[in-house]
Write a protein that binds this ligand. Sequence first.
Ligand SMILES: [Zn+2]
Length: 89
Amino acid sequence: MGSRMLSYSGGDDSHFLEACSLCSKSLGHNSDIFMYRGDNPFCSQECRQEQIEIDDAKEKKWRVSLKKSMETKKKSPKSNVQTGTLLVA
Ligand SMILES: [Zn+2]
C-alpha cells in the first residue's frame, strides 16, 4: 500500500543534460546550457553551432547521394550489356 511505481518512460532521458553533445564536457547546474532540436544540450553556443553545421552537411550529403542513386538507376536500364564473346585479335 502506498508504494508508487515510477511511471517514467523514456530510457534515453536518464542521461538528459548530462554532458555537451559535441565535446562531452559535463554540464553543471550552474553552467549555461544551449539546447538544440529539443534534446541535445551543448556547453556553448559554438558547440551548438558546430552541431547545426554537421547536421546541415549530413542532410545535404544525404540528398546528394539519393539523387545520385536515382540517376544511376536511370542510366542503366539494361543489365545484359556485358554478355557476348570478347574477341581478341
Ligand atoms: Zn561543448
